[in-house]
Structures are given as C-alpha cells and as structure tokens.
Design a protein around this ligand. Structure first.
Ligand SMILES: N[C@@H](CCC(=O)N[C@@H](CSO)C(=O)NCC(=O)O)C(=O)O
Length: 219
C-alpha cells in the first residue's frame, strides 16, 4: 500500500511498542521517529497530540491518532488481517475489558515498586503480584490471551513485560515464581518475530529506571 505511516516514538515506551507490534502483525511498513522526551518535544508531537503531548502518536497519511490502545484498534480496523480483535461483539468487549484492566493496573502498579522507599516497597510489590495473579487467572490454560492467536490483549500487555525485570530487581520477587503462566506467556510471546524485533532489552530498561530513580531522588 502507498500509505504514509509514521510513529512518534521513544525507544523504551511500552505504549509505543504496542503500536509497533500491531503494525508488524499487519505487515505495515512505517517510520519510527524518536522523540527526545528527556529534552525538547518536536513541533510535530506538540501539534499532533496537543492534549497529552505524549508518544506514541500514529500519523497515517498525515492524520494523527493518539493513545496506544486506540492506535492498536485503529490499526486493526484500517488493515483488517490478521484480525487482532475477535469478530463477535461479546469477544471484543471481553478483550477490551482486559486491555483496560492492563492499562489501568500494570504500568502504574509496577512504577509504584521502583518509586517506593523502605517498607512501601513491600506493599507495592504485594499489590503488583496481586495484579499478576489476576492476569494469570485471565490467561488460564490458553497459549495467548487471544486464545491460539496473538490478539489485542497480548499486544496491549507484552510491551509492559519488558519492565518486569526492573520491578523484580527493585521489588525482590520473581514473576516466574509468582505467576508462572504469565512467565511462560512472555517467553511464548518472545518467540514471535513481531514481538522480539521491537522488545527492548530488559537490562537496558532496568538501567533506564535506575536513571529515573536518580532523576527523582529515589535512592
Ligand atoms: N496512555 C498513553 C500513555 C503514553 C505515555 O505515557 N507516553 C510517555 C512515554 S512512555 O512512558 C510520554 O510520552 N511521556 C512524555 C510526557 O509525559 O511528557 C498511551 O497509552 O499512549
């Protein structure tokens, strides 16, 4: 297709990675443009996402789409195969429920771990493990959240897993111990080229979080 697709990006942003995986699953070529979020945001970002001024922003033939889960839904509608959402309304509602749960709980829950000091850490860790156990229950015996195919909830969730090593290090736990099915699902996901090709090194994410802690004066 001769669509112009640009993604305003930041290498460690799990939200931008959601869009990259969706585009890869659809076989859509795109240009990722790195924003200097620790420095000055581009005029293109500020005009494309004036409300939140955040990445990712998808520019499709010059039209801006914002908010990563909305971007993934948009991609699924514009390039319909392979479908990321199921065909029936109930299946779509269930997928959106779990994507919403992940959006509300996982990144903020994990951030509390590395933003905490002293005995707050144990509280944040326990809360995060509870979130993982809820997701463990939602996945159940399935290979993927989308069943046998990689779907909307998988794509919404897997980028956040690249931050789990940092959470383990600062929280003092192991995902494979607390949520073994989720740990297996992460490994299964990383066997997919569309995921592995854009998944940041968890060690580099850990080092980035270490920098954020210094930046925020968290010892
Ligand atoms: N709900 C949005 C969150 C995007 C976001 O936080 N983007 C961050 C980088 S990743 O942590 C961002 O752009 N931050 C810049 C800022 O906050 O100024 C989405 O899902 O797209």
């Amino acid at each position: 297709s001769n669509d112009e697709v640009i993604l305003l990006d930041f290498w460690v942003s799990p939200f931008a990675i959601r869009a990259k995986i969706a585009l890869a699953e659809k076989g859509v070529e795109f240009e990722a443009r790195q924003e200097d979020l620790l420095g000055t945001k581009s005029e293109l970002l500020l005009t494309s996402n004036p409300i939140y001024k955040k990445v990712p922003v998808l520019l499709h033939n010059g039209k801006a789409v914002n908010e990563s889960s909305i971007i993934v839904s948009y991609i699924d509608e514009v390039w319909p195969t392979p479908a990321l959402l199921p065909p029936c309304a109930y299946g779509r509602a269930t997928a959106r429920f779990w994507a919403d749960y992940v959006d509300k709980k996982v990144f903020d829950g994990g951030s509390k771990i590395w933003k905490s000091k002293g005995d707050e850490v144990a509280v944040a860790k326990a809360e995060f493990i509870e979130i993982l156990k809820v997701l463990e229950g939602a996945l159940g015996e399935k290979n993927f959240f989308g069943g046998d195919t990689y779907g909307f909830v998988d794509i919404i969730t897997i980028p956040l897993a690249s931050w789990f090593y940092a959470y383990e290090q600062y929280g003092g736990f192991k995902v494979e111990v607390e949520a073994p099915k989720i740990a297996a699902w992460i490994n299964r996901s990383l066997e997919k080229e569309s995921v592995a090709s854009v998944y940041p090194d968890p060690i580099k994410v850990y080092e980035f979080v270490g920098m954020l802690r210094k930046f925020n004066g968290i010892e």
